[in-house]
Design a protein around this ligand. Structure first.
Ligand code: UDP
Length: 315
């Protein structure tokens, strides 16, 4: 098959491209490289089945030929990065989806779109089911991403109803693993890098807020299952690992793996930071998905990957 992957040089894009290429598919990746990780792209480019076009999906897509399937993963996803240029983040979510839809429409190419658990905001319902409408501050610092992704879902579902266009929309919860940018600012990469560098760990707030961490290989299994699932779902699908941890528990797990005690540095909690997050994955389970990798095992693999990059000694 021939795939188009937007955001190909990002964390999820890279893992997905690797999976598709390993199965012998042809992949054309596009990325504007604003929050991509350059070594990922260098690695992907070594595969002759991979080609690359530097392009920002905020702008109309150039002619790239016909595809059997499109994965739309382009958008900065780390709060630190998506808040750097909030207007661009919103435009990437909404204009970007519009441009991908326009490209896909003439050949009715199916689109898989990466939405996010952030559309639930700081949730008042726990765990979060797809039927929960969320609790989002529409004008806060996180809104460019949360509301951008919400508007993108609206656009996708309306477009699909109007044109009978095949779409699959997944809401991705916190994911970690190899090929993350060690400097992307998210909690898992920050904590691991700080621990490896012997720096105090930066805990925002008191560390009692929770997240549910999914290892990227599990998430990729889910992507491929959703892609192959027979019918277009009437609803977006939550994808995440329901095992929920406080940030303090996350630090303790890293300490156990590294067999050392790490200092904590408590910093102010950013505005609108969700207090808890855990997916209800009943819909994903119905198509046969269950995450398998436990936090300790996934973190070990991620730590090994970061050590291999040697990035921590070069920063
Ligand atoms: N966080 C933290 N220290 C860091 C980075 C993040 O304590 O160095 C916290 C952040 O405030 C949030 C949680 O970890 O409560 C997860 O943050 P992340 O940026 O990974 O993504 P989010 O789940 O908030 O979208």
């Amino acid at each position: 098959m021939r795939y188009l992957v937007t955001g190909a040089a990002g964390f999820l894009g890279t893992n997905l491209c690797l999976r598709l290429l390993q199965s012998g598919h042809e992949v054309l990746g596009i990325d504007n490289m604003s929050s991509a990780y350059e070594p990922n792209l260098q690695m992907l480019r070594q595969n002759p089945l991979f080609s690359f076009e530097k392009h920002d999906i905020v702008n109309k897509l150039p002619h790239l030929g016909k595809f059997d399937f499109i994965y739309n993963l382009a958008c900065p996803a780390s709060p630190a990065r998506y808040q750097r240029d909030p207007v661009q983040t919103f435009r990437t979510s909404v204009w970007g989806v519009w441009n991908v839809l326009q490209y896909a429409l003439p050949c009715k190419t199916p689109i898989f779109h990466s939405s996010t658990s952030e559309i639930y905001g700081d949730p008042l319902e726990h765990p979060q089911k797809e039927s929960y409408w969320g609790h989002v501050n529409p004008v806060g610092m996180r809104a460019c991403y949360d509301e951008g992704k919400r508007a993108a879902e609206t656009l996708l579902f309306d477009f699909s109803r109007k044109h009978s266009h095949p779409i699959k929309v997944v809401r991705i919860f916190n994911t970690y693993g190899p090929h993350m940018d060690p400097k992307d600012g998210r909690v898992v990469s920050n904590f691991i890098m700080q621990a490896l560098e012997g720096k105090p760990i930066s805990v925002y707030g008191d560390g009692t807020q929770t997240r549910s961490f999914c290892f990227v290989d599990d998430l990729m299994d889910a992507f491929l299952l959703v892609e192959k699932s027979a019918s277009d779902p009437a609803s977006p699908i939550n994808l995440g690992n329901p095992d929920e941890y406080t940030l303090l528990q996350l630090i303790e797990t890293i300490e156990q793996i590294l067999k050392k005690k790490i200092k904590r540095k408590f910093l102010p909690l950013p505005a609108d930071d969700p207090k808890q997050r855990r997916p209800d994955i009943s819909i994903a389970q119905k198509i046969g998905w269950n995450p398998k990798v436990r936090l300790q095992e996934g973190l070990k693999k991620t730590i090994e990957h970061f050590k291999g990059l040697n990035a921590y000694s070069k920063r």
